[in-house]
Design a binder for this molecule. Structure first.
Ligand code: SAH
Ligand code: SF4
Length: 375
């Protein structure tokens, strides 16, 4: 805690503080941490509910709290973790946000709208779009994949837990989504989530808190470029999240060309780590496969992929390479994608082609930020 732990009290409540050095980032506080600062404890739960479920960041509006406490909190907590600086809306309804952090760096987060879903509401059937939020975990990335724009700017820093949580809060607030509205989270924006495992774990604890955003771990997917040792570490934490592996190639030579880290963590080590991952038997590991024309999109590659996935409850997501100026890689045509998918299907592997959501708004990670940087 950055606050001096000296208590200050009024008749009904107490805030542990006095010498204020720097306001605390609200979004970086777990409920337990907030309860240590704000007593009685139910006050912390009330504040969590107002901020996360009513999107209030102006303490004067939190009328459930005593007035004196509200003005104290306004001084001691800050909510300006991220600012939305740009938003691009795709024809398919995806929305890509560019957000500025306190230190001036920018990150991206994308709201994807999936097909309307039928669900029962008081006996009736309603149509509701399904929302998935794609979140960033770092400014830049150390992994340096050859096809990825995020990698081009190098690594800057890890995001704090608060900066991860605030992406969800900002976008939910921007859409005024009702608190109960279920959304899925995928950590597939900028950065390698497993390179920032400590802050990510804390963010997941905050995001799953019932009094807050209440997004269950089952609705969250961590995507990794395949740091085998960290997959084991994640498994040991037993968070209950889904795992997605960015495989992208079926032989080490090709994969090394795309993901330099493959030298340290070759395909076999990634597959072994996935097999060790403590998985609910009903769930499947998702393998992401970025399709690049004439590089990894052959029928032979599809066959080899089937062999690699033997013994793993998996599903494969084929992704069209999303081109950007200066890249040597090309996007395959639809026929090639479908042939690859059909080859997997015929061998009993569930495979979907990820439609290029937001292609017109440069939805692949790093692309909006790159555009903004170029003015
Ligand atoms: N670092 C993690 C998660 C973030 S990258 C990982 O690599 O899994 C998330 C996804 O964006 C990856 O699957 C990656 O393949 C994809 N991606 C990166 N650049 C892309 C591009 N130019 N076109 C399409 N997908 C891209
Ligand atoms: Fe990092 Fe993922 Fe981009 Fe690779 S694809 S550079 S791991 S963000």
């Amino acid at each position: 805690m950055r606050w001096c732990e000296k208590s200050w009290a009024t008749s009904s409540h107490k805030v542990i503080r006095v010498v204020k050095r720097e306001a605390l980032d609200f979004f970086d506080l777990t409920l337990e941490e907030l309860e240590q600062i704000l007593t009685p404890r139910f006050r912390a739960r009330q504040l969590y509910q107002w901020v996360y479920q009513r999107y209030t960041d102006d303490m004067s509006e939190v009328t459930v709290l005593p007035k004196t406490l509200r003005s104290e909190l306004a001084e001691q907590l800050r909510f300006d973790t991220l600012t939305i600086v740009d938003k691009a809306i795709s024809q398919d309804g995806s929305e890509k946000y560019l957000m500025r952090l306190q230190d001036g760096h920018t990150i991206e987060a994308v709201l994807l709208k999936m097909k309307p879903q039928k669900h029962h509401d008081d006996g009736g059937i309603a149509q509701e779009a399904r929302y998935t939020l794609c979140l960033s975990t770092q400014v830049g990335c150390k992994v340096g994949c050859a096809f990825c724009l995020t990698a081009k700017g190098g690594f800057v820093r890890n995001l704090t837990a608060g900066e991860i949580v605030a992406q969800v809060w900002q976008i939910k607030r921007d859409h005024q989504l009702p608190a109960h509205r279920g959304i899925n989270l995928v950590y597939m924006g900028m950065g390698e989530p497993l390179d920032n495992l400590e802050n990510l774990t804390k963010a997941i604890a905050i995001l799953t808190t019932e009094e807050g955003l209440a997004i269950s771990a089952k609705r969250q997917t961590i995507s990794t470029s395949g740091i085998s040792s960290r997959i084991d570490k994640l498994g040991a934490l037993n968070l209950g999240v889904h795992l997605a592996i960015s495989l992208h190639a079926v032989d080490n030579e090709t994969r090394q060309q795309l993901i330099p880290m493959n030298r340290a963590y070759p395909i076999e080590s990634v597959i072994e780590a996935v097999k060790r991952f403590p998985y609910d038997t009903r769930k499947r590991v998702m393998f992401e496969y970025l399709m690049i024309k004439d590089l990894n999109d052959s029928p032979q590659a599809a066959k080899r992929l089937v062999t690699l996935l033997e013994g793993i409850k998996s599903k494969v997501n084929l992704i069209y390479f999303n081109p950007y100026p200066g890249t040597p890689f090309k996007r395959p045509d639809r026929a090639r994608m479908e042939a690859f998918r059909d080859a997997l299907h015929s061998r009993g592997i569930t495979c979907t082609i990820r439609e290029s959501k937001g292609l017109d708004i440069e939805a692949a990670c790093g692309q909006l930020r790159e555009k903004a940087a170029k003015g």
